[in-house]
Structures are given as C-alpha cells and as structure tokens.
Design a binder for this molecule. Structure first.
Ligand code: MOS
Length: 738
C-alpha cells in the first residue's frame, strides 16, 4: 500500500508515472476507499438559510431510522478542546463552523451530522433533519457589496502617480471574474479512527498530511506524533486540499461520539460550499505609456470576496509588481465579506486573477499605440531584476518564452488590425499574454531504505496531487545514484514518513528535490563507510566519487574497487540500510529573486451568429528551470491551460441573491472545459537550469500554466472580433451583446 514501483512493461518508457499503474487499475487507494473494520457512515446536513441563527433543530425523526447511531448538532456534539471557550477558539486559528455555534454564516453550513451503519441509512435520515431559524439579512452579491468597500494600499509603492499623469497614452478599465470552484475529481473525504483516547488515524483527501496532522493536534490537543494521516493517492488538488475543512474535525468528533471509525465523504453539491473557491473579483487597471510604448506607470486596484467568518486575502495585484518595469506603481486592494463559504487558494491564486486584468490592459494599450502587443511586452519586460525587491532574478527567461511561443503560433502572420480575418461564419484571432509565479521552495526531509538486492524505497510525507512529484523524485534519485528506475520505489503521503510541507504553490518538486539529493548523498556516504572496512580507498570518499550500479559500489571509474551490495550487507550483517536527510532554502533567497514564467499564445475562432468561442490552438512556453520529467511537466501545463480555458469561457458559480443559494451547484450546472472545449495544448519548455534554486535546478511548473491563459484568450477574441470583453467567463451571450 502506498508503494510506487513501475510495472515491468513500463520499463521502456522511463517517463511513465510511478503511480500510473495503481491509479489506472484502481488498486491505489483514495481516502474514502480504505477498508476499515467496523466503519460507519456520516452524512452532513447543511443550513437552508445564509445568515441568522438556529432557533430549533429536530433530529428525532432521523434518530428513528433503523441503523442510525446518533445525530450530532451544536447541542450535543463532543467538544473540540481548542473550542472550549470563545477566546480559545479564536486563538486556535480555525475559523470554520464545526457545529460549535448556533449562528449561521452561509447556506449549506453544517448544522447536523447523521451517523449510521450504512451510507443509505445515513442519507435517508439526513433528509429528515429539520431546523427553524431566526433569519438575518444575507450579503451574497459581490457586485453590490464591493462598492461600499474602499481599497487600501496593497504593498509598497514605486515612484508617484503624478509622474505619469500626462502620459501620451493612458488606458483605464475595470475587469471582473465570477465565483469559481475547484471541484477536483476526487471529492473531499475523511475516515477517522480513534485507536485509543488520544491516538488517531486519518485517511483524508488533502495536499499535505503534516499540515492536517498539526491542525488536528492543535484542535484536539493531542500530540502530533499520535496522529497518523494518510493521503497516499490524491485525485486532483487545485488548492482545495491545502486547508483543513470542516469534514475532518467533524469525522473525528463523530468517531468519538459513536466509538467507531467514521467515514465522511462530501457530496458533489457540498464540494461547492464547504471546501473553498476562487472568490469573485473586481479590478481596475490604469496604465500609461510614452509615445514609443515605454510603460510609465500603473495603478492596479483589486477587491475580492471573502467569508464573514474567515478573512481570506489573495495578492491579486502582486503580478503587476513583477513582470514589467513600471517606474511608477501603486497597488490597492480590499476583501469584501459575504455570507458564503470560505474561499481559499485555487489554481494560481491571486496572480491568475491579476494577470487577466494586467495582461488585458496591456493588450488594450497596444492597440491604442498601434504597437504589436508582443513587442510592447518584450520592450518592457523586467528580466534582469525583480522590480519589486530590486534583487536580480536568479533566472528569468520569459523573453525566450515569448519569442519561442510567437514562432510556434506563427505570430508574425497575424494581421495587426482586429476583425479582419473571416473563414465562413467564424472570425479568427490571435492573442497572447504572459504569466509569472514565484518559484518557492521550503524545507523537507526524505529517507531511503535500501534492500540487499539494491532495491531502494525513497520516501517522504509529501503528497503527489497528480503533478508527478513521485515520478520526479524517482528521476532525481536515478540521476544522482545511477541505480535503474525500476529498482527505485517511491512512497508518499503518510505523516509517519520524513516531514514535508504541503504540495501547493507549485513548490512540491523544488522543495523535495533538495531532500532527495541530500538523502542520495547520505546513502553514498553510508555505503562508502561500510565499504571502507573492506577497501581502504573508500575511507575518505565523497558522494561525488562514489559510483553506484544496480549491484554494488565502485570508487570513481576504478572497476577493481567494486564491492557488491550483497557483500556489504553480509559482512555488516545488515537487513536494510536506512538514511534520512533534510534540505531547505538558504542564503540564495537573500541574494536572488526566483520566478517561473510562461507565455501563452492563442488562436481562436468566434462564431458570428452564435457567439461561440472555439480555442483553435493554444501554445504555452514555460521557463521552469530544468525540466526533471518532461511528460509530467507538460501534463501540468496542459492541464493548467485547459483550466484557463474553462476559467475564460465557462466557469462561473451563480448565486440566487435573494436566498443565498448556488444555482446548479453540480457538475451539470457548473461548466468546466472538457476535451471538446480544448485543443491539444502545445507545450514547450526553455529547459535551462536555475543554478541557485535547489540541487535539481527545477523551478515550479503547474500554476504558471494557467496564469495569463485567460488574458491570452480574451485578447485573441478581441483580435478576432474587435470586441473587448472584460468580464469572465466570456459566454456566447456576452460575445453577441458586446
Ligand atoms: Mo495550488 S492553488 O497552490 O494547490
């Protein structure tokens, strides 16, 4: 369980995913799929109002249902120790409602948890729970709420607004993006097992087992070491798995109440209200340039929704500080509290939203100036220094991304004048935009267990949310050690393994690559130590001078110093060799700024009679440092770009503003981009090593594949039709009415 080892048939394809066989055959287990003895099922009941408080709740009918073990409400739930009083609850840093209050903050907020022997019984009983409420006025409409919330300074300014007030070209526009939800394939689920009074096992869908372990330790006041969290296979993340949601403590409380393991899996509609979303946003961008198109200044203002009970703020304006040289810059931001569930990081949070406005505004300016939008950007790029910190970029090849992408899509063949190219009923247009994302890295640990036959298990608590982390780790271990891929197993997603941060912010591989490199060196050093007792040449051997093969160790290229693993294990009387190491960022973070970059190019067809937009081609060229595994990296970019297509053309969760209820909150009502909506995404990489970031030279990939995608598409729609659309998603009605 949880061991990734390539199947023999995959040997010929070293880029294949280490977890592929297990995911495809269904033998890899997602959180809700573990078979636990004596497990029972919990089903959540949500409030039917969006604001107010519960005056009465009737659970008697539900309790009569055969097989029902108990029904938890705010009246009878076991106490979460960290919520013992209000002051304590505040300090816990956990602000989600978990049956600890009768107050209602959003529609769908858990008001009861029905626990039964079977899921069917629990579901039926849940339908019988009723509540009465004292209703308060709910604010769910971002559009009307944000007007009364002023934006304030969002970071240090550069220069002054006055310096460019008379710029020959000034463009000022507002851009909006609707509420969007993550909805990965795998729904959030938790199985909670109390092994004793203060010992817990959690099988949970998340992006970071150690983070869940720490949060639960804090809430339930039990030592982290007594909590084991499994998230060995993850069916998509998108950010919703970065936070501990109500389902985790609720499953734990239920398991305590009935003294049995409890499984709680959210329904698809509950995925819309209980595990975060990308908040609706409004942005205003004012941008100025001189007659030649040199950027003189920018004002970027942004507001987005948040929950009344949990303030979440994402850095929408940050991207404006990074990509281009604006001598004069001012950014302002605000959050707008609403009676909705809590928002959270989603697919390139902040920058993805910000890039739509920034890269649209730049495009608008380019047509004002009558300058090629590609050239305008190239002329203003900040590829030497990070304009925000003044530090030199460690590496930044965004200019090369742009040049390469332009070649791939044949940008120069494009008519600079919009709305000129028609094929039958379709208008054709080209657009481009840039994206950037911080290339972060944190500290992590990994260990290796070596068997006598030279088989290795490389392991860490980090999860793999489908990004290819495990595969990348195998590639790095192979490169570092020389042992063949099929002898390297990967084990992930268990909090008992060496500690690692959550997989998020496209930092996973960058973070873990350092630990894998360090633990590979530790293995070499350990083997050299054993070898030294048989051959003195190994006495002062450094990891660089040790060469491993599938069978043994040798010193540099000298064949005659070969010692087999078998001999080492026998002589030392070893069953296994185990080493562990940690690695994290250091001084380089003081010296340099780090970023990944992407340039998106898009060819769209817009139907003149129906307003339908078809993405004909989408090219994405990425600077993500050294590409450790091209297949996995390209897969991240392509998935991200498809997410960008959904974000631009169809994704929006609408709210009935009278009742605070989501309309069509399921996968039939909420439209993701599917295969029919996306062409094969044409992905390429600059693939130049970043020498400072970590031992692998790889920068983050995933999120930069969506940041900028929306603007590239919207810009292409403008080029096709002459219609500028500033409100996402760009649905056919908006295209026709513009
Ligand atoms: Mo990502 S939004 O950091 O999982």
């Amino acid at each position: 369980m949880g061991f990734f080892k390539r199947k023999p048939a995959e040997k010929k394809v070293p880029e294949g995913r280490v977890e592929g066989f297990y995911k495809v055959t269904g033998s890899g287990k997602y959180a809700a799929e573990y078979k636990i003895d004596n497990v029972c099922y919990a089903v959540l009941v949500g409030s039917t109002i969006a604001a107010g408080e519960i005056t009465d709740i009737n659970v008697e009918n539900a309790k009569q249902v055969e097989g029902v073990l108990d029904v938890l409400t705010h009246r009878n739930r076991p106490q979460i120790p960290a919520f013992a009083d209000e002051a304590k609850a505040k300090r816990s840093g956990f602000s989600l409602p978990v049956l600890h209050t009768k107050k209602i903050f959003f529609r769908g907020q858990p008001i009861a948890l029905v626990i039964a022997d079977t899921l069917e019984d629990a579901n039926y009983a849940a339908s019988l729970v009723t509540a009465t409420y004292k209703t308060a006025t709910a604010k769910v409409d971002f559009d009307s709420a944000h007007a009364s919330v002023p934006a304030t300074a969002a970071g240090k300014e550069r220069g002054s607004m006055d310096a460019w007030k008379n710029a020959p070209h000034i463009r000022e526009q507002a851009y909006t993006i609707r509420h969007q939800v993550h909805n990965p394939m795998e729904m959030h689920a938790t199985i909670a097992v109390w092994e004793s009074d203060n010992k817990l096992k959690l099988y949970d869908k998340n992006q970071g087992v150690n983070s869940v372990q720490q949060t639960i330790s804090r809430l339930f006041e039990i030592p982290a070491a007594n909590i084991e969290v499994f998230s060995e296979y993850v069916g998509g993340g998108f950010g919703s798995g970065l936070k501990v949601w109500a389902n985790v403590p609720l499953a734990i409380m239920a398991a305590k109440q009935v003294s049995r393991p409890v499984k709680l899996m959210l329904t698809r509609p509950q995925m819309f209200t209980l595990v975060g979303y990308r908040p609706q946003s409004w942005q205003n961008v004012k941008i100025g340039a001189d007659a030649n198109g040199k950027f003189l200044g920018i004002l970027h203002q942004a507001k987005h929704g948040t929950a009344v009970f949990d303030n979440y703020s994402e850095g929408i304006t940050r991207i404006s500080r990074l990509v281009y040289n604006f001598e004069n810059l001012k950014t302002e931001a605000a959050t707008v509290p609403l009676n909705l569930g809590a928002p959270t990081w989603m697919r390139g949070p902040g920058d993805c939203t910000g890039a739509f406005a920034l890269e649209s505004a730049i495009d608008e300016l380019s047509y004002d100036i009558k300058k090629d939008p590609l050239q305008l950007r190239l002329d203003n790029l900040a590829v030497i220094n990070d304009p925000d910190t003044g530090k030199p970029w460690s590496t930044n090849f965004l200019n090369e991304c742009m040049t390469k992408g332009a070649e791939m899509i044949n940008w120069k063949s494009r008519n600079p004048i919009p709305a000129q190219h028609k094929e039958g009923d379709w208008m054709i247009g080209y657009g481009m935009a840039n994206g950037m994302w911080f290339a972060g890295r944190s500290k992590a640990s990994a260990s290796i267990i070596m068997q006598k036959d030279g088989t290795l298990t490389v392991q860490t608590a980090m999860t793999d949310i489908g990004t290819g982390t495990g595969t990348g780790m195998q590639n790095i271990a192979h490169d570092r050690l020389g042992i063949s891929h099929d002898k390297i197993r990967i084990r992930l997603g268990n909090s008992n393994l060496p500690a690692a941060p959550s997989q998020g912010g496209s930092t996973g591989l960058s973070t873990i690559s350092g630990a894998v490199a360090a633990v590979c060196d530790a293995l070499k050093t350990k083997l050299a130590g054993y070898a030294a007792s048989q051959d003195a040449i190994y006495k002062d051997a450094k990891p660089e001078t040790i060469i491993l093969s599938d069978n043994g160790v040798s010193f540099q290229q000298a064949e005659n110093h070969f010692i087999s693993f078998d001999k080492i294990f026998s002589k030392e009387n070893l069953q296994t060799i185990e080493v562990e190491a940690s690695s994290g960022p250091g001084e380089e973070r003081q010296k340099y700024a780090f970023c990944s970059g992407a340039s998106h190019f898009c060819r769209v067809k817009v139907h003149t009679k129906t307003g339908k937009v078809k993405i004909d081609r989408h090219v994405c060229v990425v600077d993500a440092g050294h590409v450790v595994n091209k297949l996995a990296a390209a897969n991240q970019v392509s998935g991200a770009a498809v997410g960008g297509i959904g974000m631009t053309l169809s994704e929006e969760q609408l709210t009935d503003n009278t009742h605070g209820v989501f309309i069509g909150a399921d996968l039939a009502g909420y439209h993701f981009a599917v295969n029919a909506d996306a062409p094969i995404i044409e992905v390429d990489f600059i693939n130049k090593i970043d020498p400072n970031i970590n031992p692998s030279g790889a920068k983050g990939v995933g999120e930069v594949g969506i940041i900028g995608a929306a603007a590239a598409i919207a810009n292409a729609i403008y080029h096709a039709t002459g219609k500028r659309l500033r409100d996402l998603p760009i649905t056919p009605d908006k295209v026709l009415l513009a």
